[in-house]
Structures are given as C-alpha cells and as structure tokens.
Write a protein that binds this ligand. Structure first.
Ligand code: FES
Length: 165
C-alpha cells in the first residue's frame, strides 16, 4: 500500500510506505500538477481558524470558522452546506464547483490543468469558478464569500444525490 502526502511548499517530502513498511523520502520540487490534501493543525498544534461565508443555492448564508489547511469542500460537508464532491477530491468531477469572491479569487494559487479540465465541464462556468476541493483555507481568505452555483452536472439524471463522504 502506498500513501502519499503532497503540500504546496516549495520543497516537498513524499512519504512512501511499501508493503514491507519501509519508509523512503523523496524530495520533490513543487509543480503545478499537485493535488491538495487538507491538514487541520498548524505547527503549534493549535488550530488557526478562517471565518468565511457560503451563499447557498437558496440564497441563504452559512458562516463557518474552520482551520487553516482545510479545503472548502471539507468545510461544506462539516457544516451541512449542500456541496456534493462526488470524486472525494480526486479532481475527477465538477460537483464541488463554487464561485470564489473575486477579490479573494486572486489570492488563490492558479488552478492546475486537471482542475481547469474539470471546470470546463462545470455548469454555468464563470471567471471566478473553482473546484471547492482545491481551495485550501489560509489566513488571507478570512472574510471571503463562496457562492454555490444553482446546479451542478453529475452522473445522476434522476435527482439522486449520493451521501456525503
Ligand atoms: S470533489 Fe470531485 S473535483 Fe472536487
């Protein structure tokens, strides 16, 4: 079994556990193709929170405070915000499509090619569209507004919504 952890730091350390449970470290250079996995604690062990607002499909607001390092999809699921996330952050769907308030959109890293490919499939794509699972909380995003699109494209045509993961 191989587990890998990627972070947006310049020099990354990839941990690989092989079937013999030996550990090897590979230094990697940051690339534009990495996928983000959330971490929810800072080095001090004390969570630093980011407060921001979801605008739900019905126009209601949900204000949340979640730790730096958490992705927006994960935050939505923890707070009963109706954002699907069918592929569990694998950048293989567009069901976590959100609109990020433009002044905060510019504070995010550029979307990867994989994210752009999935965004091309999203319903009602806009200039400030992002995949929620690829938006990672950081202190600079304090106060942002994330709006859910009125609909998403998914594999189900009968209105079925898969349970949240
Ligand atoms: S959950 Fe599928 S791309 Fe984000």
């Amino acid at each position: 079994m191989i587990k890998s952890i990627s972070t947006p730091l310049r020099n990354l350390i990839k941990f690989q556990y092989n079937s013999n449970y030996s550990l090897s470290f590979n230094r990697l250079n940051a690339t534009n193709t990495q996928r983000y996995f959330s971490t929810s604690s800072n080095k001090s062990g004390k969570d630093e929170l980011v407060t921001f607002t979801f605008i739900n499909k019905d126009g209601s607001k949900t204000v949340v405070s979640e730790p730096v390092g958490t992705n927006v999809l994960e935050v939505a699921h923890r707070n009963d915000v109706d954002l699907e996330g069918a592929c569990e952050c694998s950048v293989a769907c567009s069901t976590c499509h959100v609109y990020v308030e433009p002044k905060f959109y510019n504070k995010l890293p550029e979307p990867t090619d994989e994210e752009n490919d999935m965004l091309d499939l999203a319903f009602d794509l806009k200039e400030n569209s992002r995949l929620g699972c690829q938006v990672i909380l950081k202190k600079e995003l304090e106060g942002m507004v994330v709006t859910l699109p009125s609909a998403t494209r998914n594999m189900f045509v009968d209105g079925y919504k898969p349970p949240k993961h």
